[in-house]
Design a protein around this ligand. Sequence first.
Ligand SMILES: [Zn+2]
Length: 208
Amino acid sequence: MVPALEAIERLREGNRRFVDNISNGKTLASAGRPMALSKAQSPFAIILGCSDSRVPAEIVFDQGLGDLFVIRVAGNIVAPSQVASIEFAASRFGTRLVVVLGHSECGAVLATIEELQRPIAQQSRNLAAIVDRIRPSVEELLRTDMAKDLAVLTHHAVRSNVGVSVDHLRHGSQLLEQAIARDGLLVVGAEYSLETGIVDFFDGVPAA
Ligand SMILES: [Zn+2]
């Protein structure tokens, strides 16, 4: 079992390798050995990320097979199936770190901003299930001066939306609450920059 803070450090190191590699044109992560993992897994971190094709967790953290338990959904929202997936990994594998990984220019957040500014009557009910979960983060910001500047609004909405998911995971599951209280499970929020490739852990990381 890898303690939460050590897991964060591994992810930070991996992200530094990733950023270094893309700037040097080197090849990325070793995939690991599939055969060695055929009977068991012990991922050291659980990542709830966005489905965006530009933010695959294994690549941006330069990790191989068996390292990360990844859940991806547009807008890195938390619905019951995401909570259940995280409960499963935390209890089955003893994984101690959960990272909600949002990213700059998130299409799901932008779609929510658009929807709030110009509601579309014919929106798919399924899409609405995602937008409705992001909506509270955006609505609050729309009442501030940020509403005047789409770039600023989007930046803050992305982080606020990560915060809502983090909060939901910390308080929306008895199993996870117990793991936090008893077993040192840590739920943190981070943002990946599409421009720089850098992941900023901005929510819930205890100071060293
Ligand atoms: Zn996204």
